[in-house]
Design a protein around this ligand. Sequence first.
Ligand code: NAP
Ligand code: G4F
Length: 349
Amino acid sequence: MKVAFITGITGQDGSYLTEFLLEKDYQVWGLIRRTSNINTRRIEHLYENNNLILKYGDLSDSTNLLHIMCEIKQKESFELLEVYNLAAMSHVKVSFEMPEYTADTTGVGVLRLLDAIRSSGLTDKCKFYQASSSELYGMVQEVPQTETTPFHPRSPYGVAKLYGYWITKNYREAYGMFASNGILFNHESSRRGPTFITRKITRGLRMILTGERDRLIVGNLDAKRDWGHAKDYVEGMWKILQHDTPDDFVLSTNEFHSVREFIEKSFKMKGIDIEWNGEGLNEVGIDKNSGRVLIYVSDKYFRPAEVDELLGDSTKARTLLNWKPKYDFNMLIKEMVESDCDVNFNYYS
Ligand code: NAP
Ligand code: G4F
């Protein structure tokens, strides 16, 4: 039996990875948080599958993590357990408001999980994937960014991820653990959290089309990101753990686009041509046909320290893992706009 344990299973990536692994006949154990409201929408279509086992827990609770690792060891028979650590307080802007909590979960949480693996005697029977981030590059030291580009994180989130990256490498070097980092550039989908910019745009478009809202208010229009589709990236995570040796890999599309361009293309898909007028906080996006102002800028969405642009070079993963994204920028936007604006779109497709 192939067995995997996923933290962050209720998140965007966790849900796609669970589907991917169940398709490959894995037994999937997942960590979910107790919340006062339902937080499992992204995986509820998988509940009927007997190979999915959910356990309550939190990356801030080391005894809970140790207990789960021991339970998996006791109940399942496997040659190698695959552990995917996807759980994190993953919002960069929010991390400025909750820096200590972010450090504790996104940073030290990685150590707690690695140590639960070690303390349960699974060091040699486990492959560990850490969800590292292109936010590590922050104020970029070279363009494009590769596995050897020096890091310069620009947020409490980025700094916490830096700890996660290094403690993963440290457990590899110190204890010989199969522990790998995927340094993933931004990846989106119809399941993306609604406060990340791509989903905020496609949901905002829906609300403008239906008349629920008359405007979309955003922050830095000129930020550029290397945006891919989450489905491609979870396949990359799995490939990283199937490699003969533990190693660190960049996953990226190798092209970048601005927030402005994402807005233009999304609105264009619904027949709205956006024309820009003004500068800085006074810049607006106008519907060329009607003359209505649809896009506004507010400093509420600026960050104390911004990451202006991220552009990856995933040659290493493409060469050694034979990984290549199937979705391009236009396909990604099409799916996201259809999902948010067309009633017949299947969220679980
Ligand atoms: P996401 O949608 O925000 O999901 C985060 C997951 O972590 C959710 O399941 C969340 O649970 C869980 N979580 C948060 N705090 C936790 C805690 N203290 N203990 C246990 N679970 C906790 O993030 P994503 O986009 O899927 O990203 C997955 C991982 O990749 C994250 O670590 C993220 O930082 C990293 N990453 C993402 C990208 C990207 O572009 N998406 C790029 C690079 C790296 P709830 O559902 O209960 O909130
Ligand atoms: O969509 P974002 O919030 O994603 P960000 O900050 O790049 O972080 C995401 O990708 C990282 C990988 O590089 C992950 F590690 C992380 O967990 C997360 O998934 O913002 C993208 C850009 C930023 O430059 C931001 O300033 O869009 C800009 N932006 C402009 N207006 C906005 C807005 N971002 C948000 N969230 N909301 C706005 O209104």
